[in-house]
Design a protein around this ligand. Sequence first.
Ligand SMILES: [Ca+2]
Ligand SMILES: [Ca+2]
Length: 216
Amino acid sequence: MTAPEGTAAGTYPVTVTTTGDGGLTASTDLNVTVGTGGGTTPPPATGNTPWINEINYDTSAANDAGEFVEVVVPAGVDVSGMSLVLYNGNGGASYRTDSFTSGIVSTTASGTYTLYKFTYPSVNGGVLQNGSPDGIAICNDTTLVQFISYEGTFKATNGCASGVTSTSIGSAAQDNTSAPDSSLQLVGTGNKYSDFTWTGPTTATPGAVNTGQTLN
Ligand SMILES: [Ca+2]
Ligand SMILES: [Ca+2]
């Protein structure tokens, strides 16, 4: 039994009558209490999910020095179980995992959002693989939050994205002629990943809202 939309909270008398196969009927009176519940407006389906916002994986710098990934985290999101996982598009397995509280992460507040910057160590050959394709996932413990890839798509074979085909960032890509301070970035206005589009390589904005991006 469902109260019509707009029914005020309160207790209402109702009579329930049942009729048997032989035609006999029985009735009983009941009081039904309508609570305030969660209201008639569902919570927003978006606006509370972190997303990968900027990537620098391949430049003309030696060993791709300066590689980083930026993640936007809306207010109220608990990142204590979250990690950023790098996936190898050649085979589909993960090759590096860093928690959101690891030592390579620094944070910057921007309004109600927090920007998490994962700065990778400068090592021989670089850390972030150069395609094509390769991918990055946000995991919340074992639950997949987001799985994107650059320079193509592939299916992950382990970790929280296991069995999932990556979402391509499109044609935006870097290579070994990209400026050392460049990156791929989301631009546009909004409060969730799908509000934005990838562009670049353009001058990187690590730890800051991207050039041409408004978070609302
Ligand atoms: Ca690289
Ligand atoms: Ca940025």
